[in-house]
Design a protein around this ligand. Structure first.
Ligand code: AGP
Length: 614
């Protein structure tokens, strides 16, 4: 998720832009830049890396009249989506005339078409970004009309999500902003006005804010805010009072990043699947894979490698590929894979799954697979990360930065990407277009499904109170719920420090059942999908040993409800989608148990967000 800030008023813009941008550092980014207006000219500096590096660049490159002079400007931290984190790809971006500078948060879906039309008119581009295309598009329209009208027209032309701020050399005391799907908030100060993609950036200056709605366009000056629709019709937006303090604001009002990221999953899933579903063809469009059907049809085996949560996502993906694409698929813990001298052929596809793209064992697994001539693909969240670069092709999650050490939204997006890949691969084999179309329609349901599970937050929070004092727990599941059992146990372990073990439900009687007693609760994944009936027997086994059972069930399944001590009722969904709602429920459960236990949730003891060492 990129960060946007802007300022227009009597004070020097540069120090305010840098300090406000620093308030957004927690969101994660890989480059930064700013633009200020001075003497009828736009001055821009941008760099890969951190804001500190940008501040040093300002000190080194700009005279004091600029550093202390310009009173109108915008700044940006970029989370790379189109093109790696380079200076050229960093924001702000200029239009062809160099008179308009733009910063953007979001994804322009039809940027390739707009770029082609602009190139046909002689435009050239300095970057690989969709944002630069948008800047040129607005500039082109502004040649025929005033900038506000041009911005409104541009919003009618583009498809996708955007939160933008732009300045124009001929408008020294105003900033133009717009939003569609990516938040933009306007801070109303005393004879000064602020812009930000997140209230955290401006709450230190003012708590009076105007939240733009989707398809709002606004012109802001030090003394007024003029909001329009994309048809350039004035519209009024109330001034609200922020109730957050600065520390809460960085988490969007949530007490922890982990809870914020759990609740982001409808949006992050929407961003993961955006532009990648092809209902008409009954398939999925994953351009980053750069694989022709002919190559896909030749794969004889798929090997998924990863660690931790990513490994669990790979376990779900393995079943997707076998169920939908009839391709034998295997999952390997990356460290095990890299050291066991794996047997691979050019007909094998090794898929490396890594949220950070920097996990040492997963990188080493990729290098080992390449050495042995296997085909490679990566599934990463961080654009330009090592796994993404070393696999050379793959699918980005577009889930936005994941700050909490315990992985949450990355898992659901990884599973969604694997499902889309399996549909695509399946269509190169025996999956028909009708079957593919039906699956695509199910995948479209994912954001709404996630949102419905999040409505259970209070219910799960109350439930967690009853399980917070146990020292041990088992999570059991079968089929698609077995990896979910492992992931749910990992979540509880890593943030509540309760010793939780995930097991295949059928494995209990081969030993672990010896541990069951009234002090050992069992979380049983008994959704109404294949395997449910066998789960009834497993639940009975647990109850016979007086172990408390918390069952995740499909709403309406009162048979299982009657057998368990507690239940979490989940919305009915297709078997292939079930890992996502079930895991979101277990993320909430682990979060609230850890909260009740007073644990440090975002940075659990002994853990790092990315394990970049062996
Ligand atoms: C999961 O909550 C943990 N943070 C950890 O298991 C993590 O999934 C693992 O280290 C892999 O990280 P990656 O996805 O960035 O490679």
């Amino acid at each position: 998720m990129c960060g946007i800030v802007g300022y227009v008023g009597p004070r020097p813009a540069v120090p305010l832009l840098l300090s406000n941008l620093r308030r957004l550092e927690y969101r994660g980014y890989d480059s930064a830049g700013l633009a200020v207006l001075e003497d009828g000219t736009i001055h821009i500096l941008k760099t890969p890396g951190k804001i500190q590096r940008l501040a040093e660049l300002v000190e080194r490159e700009w005279p004091s009249r600029l550093r202390q002079g310009g009173s109108c400007g915008i700044a940006h931290t970029r989370w790379a989506t189109h093109g790696p984190p380079t200076r050229e790809n960093a924001h702000p971006h200029l239009d062809a005339s160099g008179r308009i500078a733009l910063v953007h948060n979001g994804i322009i879906d039809n940027y390739a078409d707009l770029r082609r039309r602009l190139v046909a008119r002689g435009h050239t581009f300095a970057s690989e970004t969709d944002t630069e295309v948008l800047a040129h598009w607005i500039g082109e329209l502004a040649r025929e009309s005033d900038l506000l009208a041009a911005l409104c027209q541009a919003l009618r032309d583009v498809e996708g999500t955007l939160g933008i701020a732009l300045v124009c050399a001929s408008d020294p005391d105003r900033i133009y902003v717009a939003r569609r799907g990516s938040p933009v908030v306007i801070g109303v100060g005393d004879q000064e006005t602020f812009v930000a993609s997140d209230p955290a950036a401006i709450v230190a200056h003012t708590k009076r804010v105007i939240y733009l709605d989707d398809d709002d366009v606004a012109v802001i000056t030090p003394t007024y805010v003029d909001v329009r629709t994309i048809h350039n019709v004035p519209v009024s937006r109330a001034v609200a009072e922020l109730e957050w303090d600065i520390h809460a604001a960085e988490k969007g009002g949530y007490p922890h990043f982990m809870l914020k990221e759990i609740h982001e999953q409808p949006e992050s899933l929407r961003n993961t699947i955006r532009g990648r579903l092809d209902p008409a063809g009954g398939t999925c469009k994953l351009g980053g894979l750069a694989m022709e059907p002919r190559e896909i049809a030749q794969f004889r085996r798929i090997v998924l490698v990863g660690c931790g949560t990513s490994l669990h996502a790979g376990m779900v993906g393995r079943m997707y590929f076998e169920d939908l694409a009839d391709i034998p698929a295997y999952v390997e813990q990356a460290a095990e894979f890299r050291y066991r001298n794996p047997i691979l052929t050019p007909h094998d596809l090794v898929v490396a799954i890594s949220q950070s793209g920097e996990t040492a064992d997963t990188i080493a697994a990729v290098r080992e697979a390449r050495l042995k001539g296997a085909a490679l693909a990566g599934i990463c969240n961080v654009v330009g990360s090592t796994v993404a670069r070393e696999t050379g092709r793959g699918v980005y999650l577009h889930a936005g930065p994941e700050i909490g050490v315990a992985s949450t939204k990355a898992f659901s997006s990884q599973v969604a990407v694997l499902l889309m890949m399996a549909v695509k691969f399946g269509r190169c084999h025996r999956l028909s277009s009708e079957e593919g179309a039906a699956l695509v329609r199910e995948i479209e349901r994912l954001p709404e499904l996630a949102a419905r599970v999040l409505e259970l937050n209070e219910t799960i929070a109350r439930l967690a109170e009853r399980y917070a004092d146990y020292l041990d727990a088992f999570y059991i599941g079968r089929g698609y719920m077995y990896p979910v059992a492992l992931e749910g146990a990992l979540k509880l372990k890593e943030i509540s420090y309760i010793h939780a073990e995930g097991y295949h439900a059928a494995e209990l009687k081969h030993g672990p059942i010896a541990l069951l007693d009234p002090q050992t609760p069992v979380v049983a994944l008994a959704l109404d999908i294949p395997g449910r009936d066998k789960m009834l027997g497993n639940i009975q086994e647990c109850r016979a040993r007086h172990a408390p059972v918390l069952a995740l069930i499909t709403e309406g399944d009162e048979v299982v409800a009657g057998m368990a001590q507690d239940v979490i009722r989940l919305p009915r969904c297709h078997e292939l989608l079930a890992p996502i709602p079930a895991t979101i429920a277990l993320q909430l459960f682990a979060y609230h148990v850890a909260r009740v236990r007073g644990c440090e949730i975002d940075q659990p003891r002994n853990l790092a967000k990315s394990v970049t060492v062996e």
